[in-house]
Design a protein around this ligand. Structure first.
Ligand code: ATP
Ligand code: MG
Length: 151
């Protein structure tokens, strides 16, 4: 399928905006390059939903979430950044594992099963792409997903 990735981002954000705003979190999209991907739109949508869901869930009220799309060489690069609780350095390499949740008690009260990011990684890698996380505790998290551009 040919997918206009910027349109997919807009539709996911519009669908999840209310949930964010109900929590007092603002969510915006920056830099939407026109990029067409050869990808499975339902699965890419799941990637975006899981990342935005995390950003909302792990960001306290008054926080901010930004999605950015840009072309980076042969890849479409999507970043989802939040001003949330962040991820401790020691946990960061493990967040892509199935069922891994940081600081179990704190995460548990926020629901979830620890599968979201494992699914993200699996889908992105199935498209020939890569995932990456940067985070600082109590400052926020940026998840970067890169997917090869069809040509
Ligand atoms: P699920 O997504 O299955 O509902 P989950 O959100 O706990 O559950 P993942 O999405 O796989 O699972 O994330 C794994 C863990 O990584 C989370 O439990 C949380 O501790 C941490 N995490 C993920 N995204 C963020 C984020 N944006 N900010 C802070 N911590 C995060
Ligand atoms: Mg999740």
């Amino acid at each position: 399928q040919s997918i206009e990735i910027s349109e997919l981002i807009v539709s996911v954000v519009e669908r999840m905006r209310k949930e964010a705003e109900d929590k007092g979190i603002d969510i915006k999209i920056l830099g939407s390059d026109d990029i067409v991907l050869n990808a499975d739109s339902a699965r890419l949508e799941q990637v975006l939903v899981n990342l935005v869901d995390n950003a909302i869930r792990y960001t306290p009220p008054e926080g901010h979430i930004q999605l950015r799309l840009r072309k980076s060489g042969a890849f479409a690069e999507v970043t989802v950044s939040d001003t949330g609780v962040g991820i401790p350095k020691n946990d960061l390499p493990h967040i892509w594992e199935r069922m891994y949740r940081v600081e179990k008690s704190r995460s548990r009260e926020r629901g979830g099963t620890g599968l979201g990011l494992a699914i993200v990684k699996q889908i992105v890698e199935a498209h020939g792409g890569t995932v990456d996380a940067q985070s600082e505790e109590n400052r926020g998290t940026t998840i970067t997903v890169r997917i090869p551009i069809s040509n």
